[in-house]
Design a protein around this ligand. Structure first.
Ligand SMILES: Nc1ncnc2c1ncn2[C@@H]1O[C@H](COP(=O)(O)OP(=O)(O)OP(=O)(O)O)[C@@H](O)[C@H]1O
Ligand SMILES: [Mg+2]
Length: 309
């Protein structure tokens, strides 16, 4: 487990020798693993019984990067695909394309992953039409893929083939926060192990900010994390706050704020200048912006000066 930052812990999982395979995700040395979610992904890879793994949670909480960074360290090849409202099952299987006047078949990510033993990562799976996804049901149970366009060629799943999906909802449909999210088919969902990934706790986010923005003083980094957690709490509906927020503070936004603050040292107030660009310019109401700025002043004191103050 040294590769994941947990020295001394012993867990068995299949990995590969470093091989410069083009499908192995790029290593992000700044990624900080959480013990529980790491264990879930590793257990899934090690003993998948034909199910898929669904990683669900709010935007920017580290779902896609969790999967990618595990496989980057195991040198495990991955096929990543971002689903959308118009994605069809055949987009995953493959298509005929024209090459220099000839029509040739090009495998899609699912076919490639099944043939070659890669991990298929389907991002934002809840944006895809549930009827199209139902075509995956048999494959998730370990059945072969039959490609009618190739005269019924049968692709047996390679022993290393696995399916991981990510989504903002847990399959139960949109709660209004994420546009375009579909309610997923019950039979499809029944074929998944599901793990919930919320925003990391302050201990993990402290380690992340230490890595991405070491030049920012420790106390300021801690206050940045505290502000992020305050915004998250109010976004979810904190009764004590007298404002409703349309934006939340993802780990992605927190990292962006820290990196920008470190870079924009020359600004009148780097913290406020960067917070505007990282988050506040997305607020739909002026009162949301003002509320977040007031909390920031409470945390940072005189070192936080809004641009219009
Ligand atoms: N634990 C972490 N350590 C380091 N960086 C992290 C961590 N978690 C998230 N990040 C960074 O935050 C950004 C967002 O992460 P990621 O894309 O995995 O989020 P997501 O949950 O898949 O979001 P979405 O639902 O919007 O697809 C990435 O740049 C990622 O590297
Ligand atoms: Mg993602």
């Amino acid at each position: 487990m040294d590769a994941f930052g947990f020295t001394g812990t012993k867990v068995r999982v299949q990995g590969f020798e470093p091989c410069n395979h083009p499908n192995v995700p790029m290593l992000n040395t700044e990624y900080v693993f959480r013990r529980e979610t790491l264990r879930d992904v590793i257990n899934f890879v090690d003993c998948s019984f034909g199910d898929g793994l669904l990683i669900t949670g709010p935007t920017g909480s580290g779902k896609t990067s969790l999967a990618e960074q595990v496989f980057a360290r195991l040198h495990y090849p991955v096929q990543s695909f971002n689903c959308g409202g118009s994605t069809e099952f055949m987009d995953l299987v493959g298509q005929w394309i024209m090459v220099k006047g000839d029509t040739v078949w090009m495998d899609g990510c699912l076919t490639k992953a099944m043939r070659e033993g890669h991990i298929l990562i389907l991002n934002e799976i809840d944006l895809m039409d549930p009827a199209e996804l139902a075509n995956m049901n048999a494959i998730l149970e370990g059945s072969p893929l039959v490609i009618s366009q190739l005269d019924g060629e049968i692709i047996q799943p390679h022993a290393n083939f696995r399916v991981i999906a990510t989504s903002n909802s847990n399959g139960s449909g949109s709660d209004g926060m994420y546009v375009g999210v579909q309610r997923l088919n019950l039979a499809f969902m029944d074929r998944f192990n599901i793990i919930k990934v919320d925003y990391s706790d302050p201990v993990i986010e402290t380690k992340i900010l230490e890595k991405v923005a070491p030049a920012i003083p420790k106390k300021i980094r801690e206050n940045m994390i505290e502000l992020a957690n305050k915004v998250r709490k109010v976004f979810k509906g904190d009764e004590e706050a007298n404002v409703e927020l349309s934006v939340t503070f993802s780990t992605r936004t927190l990292i962006r704020w820290a990196i920008q603050t470190q870079r924009n040292k020359g600004a009148r107030c780097p913290l406020s200048y960067s917070l505007d660009r990282a988050l506040l310019n997305r607020c739909s109401e002026e009162e949301e912006r003002e509320a977040i700025q007031t909390w920031a002043i409470g945390l940072f004191g005189g070192s936080f000066k809004p641009a219009d103050s």
